[in-house]
Ligand binder design. Structure first.
Ligand code: FES
Ligand SMILES: [Fe+2]
Length: 458
């Protein structure tokens, strides 16, 4: 079948929703990404809080490249450099830490945190051939948005970050993402291509099946997508009536161990409370304890026969009230903003961004060196905090997701990854057939990756 064949949506719009399979495992495509994707886009490197103090640095590796993000020891200015010694190419540093100088452990050349060279051992041996200016560290473009540090390898040709992120910045203009701090950050090597991992976290179509524990109370949680150039997002197709079962519950079921929990709920508000308890339990992120507290009050304070719209308004009000008790507010972020922000964004190329009012999950998928069959996956769980009250972020790295325990939603997603990576290589699989409503995020993401790598349009 022709890869470009069209699908009809609502009998009118024709949208190609096929996703070619080769980019998931082709070494040639991986090479193309290294040459024509990663050096040509803005990349989310870290949180500003990870380089808060003067002299703090963190390394950010992607494919073959390693990048140092450092806050100047003297001037407090954020900068980014390729993490490589200008003498004979040793990688300079690894991990993160605090450094007044970067010293190469091969022959002792030394740089200041602003990238200028501080010492060439026996520089006189070169005579006039070598001067310090020539051996400064090679800079990247760097800028910040919402407490995130972004870098761009092609410093000369990079468009301004705020242009690149324009639709994202507009959608979250009242959100104050800089008030959020990471509570935990995990980096894990996963058994699939970076695009398989990202696919799983930028669409909601899989949730009814993979995360079926929510089906008894999630309502009709089907999704539409909106494409904003290279970026895209998804949002609720219809207003889900929380407390009602998902329409596919007969076919897909729930989790038997949770059945009793739902049976104990008499009112819709009690079911909504249980729904948020489950979301909090099974993600360990994004849906905060505070929100669960607010939903408990909803169950206690709202009359059993409350109209659904009144429940929705009360959910928002009680959540904001609980926030104020903790010294935080998101008054500028209105219900309308929340609706427009949707549930989940793909910030092109490799970020999945899931913000809630006072919690957020942010995923970053990166190729793992030259291996198309594995990737390095970072998960930031963030929460909104009153100034000066954020806890220390718990940072962990795992070589395999089985090395530790995870909230259920992660296990459910991770279990699919190796099976997808194996399946897409089969002779019995032609190409992905993405849902033209719920999976256009994936279609758009892949289309633009192919455009960068192969110059393909359409
Ligand atoms: S390679 Fe770094 S000082 Fe020689
Ligand atoms: Fe999932």
């Amino acid at each position: 079948m022709n890869m470009q064949s069209k699908q009809t949506v609502d009998g009118a719009q024709l949208i190609p929703t096929h996703i070619p399979k080769e980019p998931y495992f082709s070494r040639e495509f991986l090479q193309g990404e290294k040459e024509r994707l990663w050096p040509k886009v803005w990349l989310m490197a870290c949180r500003e809080s990870e380089v808060a103090a003067n002299g703090r640095f963190i390394t950010f590796n992607i494919a073959d490249e390693s990048i140092i993000v450092v806050r100047g020891a003297e001037d407090g200015v954020l900068r980014a450099f390729f993490n490589v010694c200008q003498h004979r190419g040793r990688r300079l540093v690894s991990g993160s830490g605090r450094a007044l100088k970067f010293v190469c452990r091969y022959h002792g050349w030394r740089w200041n945190s602003d990238g200028s060279n501080d010492e060439v051992i026996d520089q006189a041996d070169w005579g006039e051939v070598l001067c310090k200016q020539d051996v400064a560290l090679k800079p990247l473009a760097i800028d910040t948005w919402g407490g995130w540090v972004f870098v761009h390898m092609d410093a000369e040709n990079a468009e301004p970050l705020h242009e690149y992120l324009k639709p994202v910045i507009h959608a979250f203009r009242n959100y104050r993402f800089e008030d959020f701090s990471p509570v935990w950050k995990r980096t894990v090597t996963l058994p699939c291509n970076w695009k398989v991992a990202l696919d799983v976290f930028i669409e909601g179509y899989h949730a009814m099946t993979a995360h079926r524990q929510f089906n008894p109370v999630s309502g009709d949680n089907r999704w539409n997508c909106a494409v904003h150039g290279i970026h895209s997002m998804f949002y609720s197709r219809v207003l889900p009536v929380l407390g009602d079962p998902c329409p596919h519950i007969e076919a897909l079921g729930g989790l038997s161990e949770d059945e009793q929990l739902f049976q104990s709920a008499k009112t819709r508000a009690e079911k909504i409370h249980i729904y948020y308890m489950l979301l909090n339990r099974d993600t360990g992120a994004m849906f905060t304890e505070r929100k669960v507290r607010a939903m408990k009050r909803l169950a206690e304070e709202m009359p059993a026969d409350a109209e659904y719209m009144d429940l929705l308004m009360a959910m928002d009000r009680l959540h904001r009230e609980e926030g104020r008790k903790d010294g935080i507010e998101w008054d500028a972020f209105t219900l309308q903003d929340i609706g427009e922000g949707g549930l989940d964004w793909n910030i092109f190329p490799n970020i999945a961004f899931l913000p809630q009012e006072d919690g957020a999950l942010v995923y970053r998928a990166r190729p793992n060196g030259d291996d198309p069959d594995t990737c390095v996956f970072d998960i930031y769980s963030l929460e909104r905090f009153a100034p000066g009250t954020a806890p220390e972020c718990k940072t962990e790295t795992f070589g395999d997701w089985h090395e530790t325990t995870w909230p259920l939603v992660f296990v459910q997603d991770f279990e699919n990854l190796g099976e997808i990576q194996a399946g897409v290589k089969s002779r019995g699989f032609e190409f992905g057939r993405a849902n033209p409503l719920a999976e256009m995020t994936c279609v758009n993401f892949h289309r633009h990756v192919r455009r960068y790598v192969n110059g393909e349009e359409g």
